[in-house]
Design a protein around this ligand. Structure first.
Ligand code: FES
Length: 316
C-alpha cells in the first residue's frame, strides 16, 4: 500500500528509509507505507539480528529511530526511557513516513565473526595433528585416489592432426597405465587453450580408480597442488579447512558466523522463513554468497592456492 502525499492531493508518496549502519555505509531505500521494518531491512540486505525471525519474543532486533517517524507496537523489551531515546524493535515497527534508523553493530555481528586460524601457531597445528593421529589409531587411513600427473605431448602438425581430447587421452593412458579416461565438460572447454598456452606440457589432476582416470582439472605443469576442502555448517558458526590431499597437511582453517542467523537463530524459524515468498533464495544467498564464498576466498588466499585446485569438497 503506498501513502498519499499530505501536501499534494492524489500524489503517491513513497517513504524513504535511511539505515545508518554502525561502522558501515548508510543504505537508503524507498518503500510503501505500512512496510514492516525488519522485512524492509532484509530486502535491502541490511543485517539485523533476528533470532526469533520477527515474532517479537527475543528482543534482539533493536534499532534506534534517529529521525522521522515509525509506528511501533509497545513491547516488554523496550523500557519507557529507551522508547523516549528512540529504541524500537524492528520486527514490531511499521514505516509510516520518511525516517532514519540507526542499526547497532551488534546487528551485523555475525558478518564480522570471520577469522582465519594462525597456522604458524604450534598450538593450533598440534591440535590438528593430534586429531589426525587419533583417527589413524582408530583404523581410519588417509588414503585417497586423487593424483596429479605432468604430461608432455607432441604438438599438432600437418602430419599429426589428432584432436586435442584424443591426444590427451593417449598421453594419460600411456603415463598412468589406465585403459579408460574420462574428460568432463568443464575440462573440455579449457583443453585447447591450456594445451597451447603451456606448449603441450600440462598437469592433469583427477581421480584414478582401477583402470579409469577421471580428469578433473588441466593446468600449467608447475601447479600440482591437490587440495580437499571440508566444511561444517552449524546453525550459528561455519568452519572450513583446506587440506593437502597428498600429504594430509592442514593448509588453512577459518570460521565465520552463519549469515542465515538474521532469518532466525534456530532451524525452525529458518524453515518458516524459507516458506515465505522468496524465502528460499534469501536463505541460499545468506549461506552461499555471504558466508561460504567469503570464507573460501579468504582461505584460498591464506594457502596461496586457486579455488580450482580444490578437487574434493565435503560438507557436513
Ligand atoms: S523480537 Fe524482533 S526478531 Fe525477535
Amino acid at each position: 500500500m503506498a501513502g498519499r502525499c499530505p501536501k499534494k492531493k492524489g500524489v503517491i508518496h513513497m517513504p524513504k528509509v535511511v539505515f545508518q549502519i554502525e561502522g558501515g555505509k548508510p543504505v537508503t531505500v524507498d518503500c510503501n507505507v505500512g512496510d514492516n521494518l525488519l522485512e524492509l531491512a532484509r530486502r535491502s540486505n541490511v543485517a539485523i539480528d533476528a533470532p526469533c525471525s520477527g515474532n517479537g519474543s527475543c528482543g534482539k532486533c533493536r534499532i534506534k529511530l534517529t529521525g522521522g517517524e515509525l509506528e511501533s507496537l509497545p513491547t516488554r523489551h523496550i523500557t519507557d526511557e529507551e522508547y523516549k531515546e528512540g529504541w524500537r524493535l524492528a520486527c514490531a515497527s511499521r514505516v509510516i513516513a520518511d525516517c532514519t534508523i540507526f542499526v547497532p553493530d551488534i546487528a551485523s555481528a555475525y558478518q564480522s565473526r570471520m577469522k582465519t586460524a594462525d597456522l604458524s601457531s604450534p598450538k593450533e597445528v598440534a591440535i590438528f595433528d593430534e586429531c589426525q593421529e587419533n583417527l589413524k589409531h582408530s583404523g581410519i587411513h588417509f588414503k585417497n585416489s586423487y593424483c596429479a600427473q605432468v604430461l608432455t605431448m607432441a604438438e599438432p602438425s600437418l602430419e599429426d592432426t589428432m584432436p586435442d581430447n584424443e591426444r590427451l587421452t593417449w598421453a594419460i593412458e600411456e603415463a598412468m597405465g589406465v585403459e579408460h579416461v574420462r574428460i568432463p565438460f568443464p575440462v573440455m572447454v579449457k583443453l585447447a587453450y591450456t594445451l597451447r598456452e603451456n606448449n603441450f606440457t600440462v598437469c592433469v589432476k583427477g581421480k584414478k580408480e582401477g583402470d579409469t582416470f577421471e580428469c578433473m582439472e588441466i593446468c600449467a605443469p608447475d601447479n600440482t597442488a591437490l587440495v580437499g576442502c571440508a566444511i561444517d555448517i552449524g546453525t550459528t558458526t561455519v568452519t572450513m579447512v583446506l587440506m593437502d590431499l597428498t600429504s594430509g597437511k592442514l593448509l588453512a582453517k577459518g570460521s565465520s558466523g552463519n549469515g542465515q542467523i538474521r532469518y532466525g537463530a534456530d532451524v525452525i524459524n529458518r524453515i518458516i522463513e524459507q516458506g515465505k515468498p522468496g524465502g528460499k533464495k534469501k536463505l541460499q544467498d545468506a549461506i552461499l554468497k555471504e558466508t561460504l564464498v567469503p570464507i573460501l576466498a579468504n582461505l584460498c588466499k591464506t594457502a596461496s592456492i586457486n579455488a580450482r585446485d580444490i578437487l574434493r569438497l565435503c560438507v557436513g
